[in-house]
Design a protein. Structure first.
Length: 163
């Protein structure tokens, strides 16, 4: 006998055994319905229990927005980066979001229009006012730089970037 014939006989045998087991199980429905439904419950109930018991859940914590106050001094720090040299962008209007694009770095050069738009982490600032956005209170903060070359320059940042 070839391997293929042996394989075919084994598959047919497995099909016959599975068919016989299924037929016996379905015959149990007519002969003893309590046992039939008891077996179904015994198989399904543990699966349902595992699905609906979530186990212990731990809340996910992330950066939170501080309760900022007008006139108080803070520093700029982005919780979304680990790079100490990352810059925080000050924008002229609250809600102005700019994507970071390495191919166009004109706005990163110090020109008369672009001076003090990208501030280093740790820059000391003073909160001047707030703006709500996207259904959240105090989402944007207008800050004034209090030290350095950009002293007294102001702009808007996300509240989460003011620590």
């Amino acid at each position: 006998m070839s391997d293929e014939e042996n394989l075919n006989k084994t598959v047919d045998s497995a099909k016959n055994v599975a068919g016989n087991q299924f037929a016996a199980f379905m015959g149990l429905k007519e002969k003893n319905p309590k046992a039939f439904y008891g077996i179904i419950v015994a198989l399904v109930l543990p699966v349902l229990i595992m699905m609906f018991s979530g186990g212990e859940s731990t809340p996910v914590s992330g950066p939170t927005i501080k309760d900022l106050s007008v006139g108080q001094k803070y520093t700029l720090k982005s919780p979304n980066t680990v790079d100490k040299d990352a810059k925080i962008r000050l924008v002229p209007v609250p809600g102005t979001l700019a994507a970071y694009d390495d191919t166009e770095e004109e706005d990163r050069k110090d020109t008369k229009e672009n001076t003090c738009q990208h501030m280093p982490q740790g820059t000391p600032v003073e909160v001047m006012e707030f703006s709500d956005a996207y259904g959240k209170k105090k989402m944007f903060v207008k800050v004034k730089v209090t030290e350095g070359a950009c002293k007294d320059k102001d702009g808007w940042v996300l509240a989460i970037d003011v620590q």
